[in-house]
Design a protein around this ligand. Structure first.
Ligand code: C6P
Length: 417
C-alpha cells in the first residue's frame, strides 16, 4: 500500500546479506520473518566468521602456546574489546561472557545478590519484566530472606514513574532491576532517570538490555547502570553467548560464580586464588566461535549504524501500528507512539486465540510468536492469557507489514463471527 513513511536504510541491500530471507516456507510462499524479539536472523558474515574459525584456527583459548591457540585467543579477546566499545564500557574488564541474558542476571543474583542482600532488603523490579528478570530474584529472596516488589505499569504500557519514585522512597530498596525495553509492549524505559534515582536512594541498578541492545544505541557509562545484560542471538549474532557488563569496582568486590578452570590464578588443595577480571567469572572452556560471531554481528550493526537501525524500526512500527489500527477488533498492547517503543506489536483480537492467529499467519508464511512471551505477570496485568507478537528488525519491509495485515484479515474471516 502507498504510505508516507521513510527509512534511511537500503533494505534490499540489507536483505541480500541474510540467506534465510530468500526462503520459501512452502512452494510459492516466501518467508516473512516477524519473530525478531525471540531471536534474529544472521548475516552471511557472521555465519562465515564462525565457519572460518572451525576451518582454520579451532583451538582452546588461554591455554596453548601454539599458533592456533594464540589466534583463537586473540579473536576471542578481540571480540570482548569490540563489545566494550559497542556499549561504551570503560574497559574490556567489565565485559563478562555468559550464555545469554538469563545467565547474566542469574550470575548477579548468585554473586552480588547472595553477598549483599538479606532479610529486610527489597529488590525493586517492574510488572513488565521478562521472567528472567523476575525468577532469579524470587529464588534469591527464598535463599536470603529479602523481598521482591514490582512497580506497576499504566494502562498505556508505560512504567508508573510516580509509583516508582514513591516505592523507592518508602521501601528499603537495595537493588533496582528493570528492563530497558519490554519484549511485549516495546516500551522503552527512562533508564537514565531510574538509575539516577536508584543511586540517590543508595541502591544498585541492573538493566536488562536483551531487547534494547539489538535495536537502539546503548551507552552504559551514560546510563550509569551498575549491571547491564544482553544476548548475542537477538542482535544478529549466534546463540550460546551473552554478556554481563558490570562496573569494575563492583565486579572486583563480588565473589566468583562458577568454579573451575580459567577463573583461578592459583589452586591449592585447601584454597584457591581468583583470576583477574573478567576471567574470575568465566569458568571452563567458553563459547569461542560464538564470541567471534558476536563480534562480526556488531561490525555489521555498526556498519549499518545503530541510529539507522532504530530509525528504520520506528518507521516500520509506525506503519504497522497505523495499519493495525484500521482492523476492527484488533488491539495492540503498549504505547501507541512508535517513537516511545521498540519494533514490537503484541496483538490481541476479539474472538481469536493468539495461537490460532499465529497458525493462520504461519500458513501465509508469516512467523510471529504467540503465547505469554515469558512475561506472564504482564499479560495478567492486562487480563489476557496471551498475545500474538509481531516484532521487526532492520531487514523487514513495509510490504511485509502489508502481508501481515492481509493475513490478519484472513484470521478475521476464518475465526471471528
Ligand atoms: N525474550 C522473547 O521471545 P535469553 O533467553 O536469555 O537470551 O533472553 C532472555 C530475555 C530477557 N529479557 C528480555 C526483555 C527478553 O526479551 C528476553 C528474551 C525472548 O521475547 C525469548 S523468551
Amino acid at each position: 500500500m502507498k504510505h508516507d513513511f521513510e527509512t534511511p536504510l537500503d533494505v534490499a541491500a540489507v536483505r541480500a546479506d541474510f540467506p534465510v530471507l530468500e526462503r520459501e516456507v512452502r512452494p510459492g510462499v516466501p518467508l516473512v520473518y516477524l519473530d525478531n524479539a525471540a531471536t534474529s536472523q544472521k548475516p552471511l558474515s557472521v555465519i562465515e566468521a564462525m565457519n572460518d574459525y572451525y576451518r582454520r584456527y579451532n583451538a582452546n583459548v588461554h591455554r596453548g602456546i601454539h599458533k592456533l591457540s594464540e589466534e583463537a585467543t586473540d579473536a576471542y579477546e578481540g571480540a570482548r574489546k569490540r563489545i566494550a566499545q559497542f556499549i561504551n564500557a570503560a574497559s574490556y574488564r567489565e565485559i563478562i561472557y555468559t550464555r545469554n541474558t538469563t545467565e547474566s542476571i542469574n550470575l548477579v543474583a548468585w554473586t552480588w545478590g547472595q553477598a549483599n542482600l538479606g532479610p529486610g532488603d527489597v529488590i525493586l523490579s517492574t510488572e513488565m519484566e521478562h521472567h528472567s528478570n523476575i525468577v532469579p530474584w524470587q529464588l534469591l529472596a527464598r535463599r536470603v530472606g529479602c523481598e521482591v516488589r514490582y512497580v506497576p505499569i499504566t494502562e498505556g504500557g508505560e512504567l508508573d514513574m510516580e509509583a516508582f519514585h514513591q516505592m523507592l522512597d518508602e521501601l528499603p530498596v537495595k537493588l533496582v532491576a528493570v528492563t530497558h525495553m519490554s519484549n511485549v509492549l516495546g516500551t522503552i524505559l527512562p533508564v537514565r532517570e531510574i538509575v539516577e534515582a536508584a543511586h540517590a536512594a543508595g541502591a544498585v541498578a541492573l538493566v536488562d538490555g536483551a531487547q534494547s541492545t539489538p535495536h537502539i544505541p546503548v551507552d552504559v557509562q551514560e546510563m550509569d547502570a551498575d549491571f547491564f545484560a544482553f544476548s548475542s542471538h537477538k542482535m544478529l549474532g549466534p546463540t550460546g553467548i551473552g554478556v554481563l557488563y558490570g562496573k569494575r569496582a563492583i565486579l572486583e568486590e563480588m565473589p566468583p560464580f562458577l568454579g573451575g578452570g580459567d577463573m583461578i590464578k592459583r589452586v591449592e588443595l585447601g584454597k584457591s586464588e581468583w583470576n583477574d577480571l573478567p576471567w574470575k567469572f568465566e569458568a571452563g572452556t567458553p563459547s569461542i566461535a560464538e564470541a567471534i560471531g558476536l563480534k562480526v554481528a556488531i561490525d555489521y550493526l555498526e556498519g549499518v549504524g545503530m541510529e539507522n537501525v532504530h530509525a528504520h524500526e520506528v518507521a516500520i512500527t509506525a506503519y504497522a501500528l497505523e495499519r493495525l489500527a484500521e482492523v476492527p477488533g484488533v488491539r495492540v498492547l503498549g504505547p501507541s507512539d512508535p517513537t516511545r517503543k521498540g519494533g514490537v506489536a503484541a496483538i490481541v483480537m476479539d474472538d481469536a486465540h493468539p495461537h490460532d492467529i499465529a497458525q493462520i499467519l504461519d500458513h501465509e508464511g508469516i512467523a510471529v510468536r504467540a503465547g505469554h512471551h515469558c512475561a506472564m505477570p504482564l499479560h495478567q496485568r492486562y487480563n489476557v492469557v496471551a498475545s500474538a507478537r509481531a516484532s521487526f528488525y532492520l531487514y523487514n519491509t513495509f510490504e511485509e507489514v502489508d502481508r501481515l495485515i492481509e493475513a490478519i484479515y484472513k484470521v478475521k474471516e476464518t475465526l471471528t463471527f
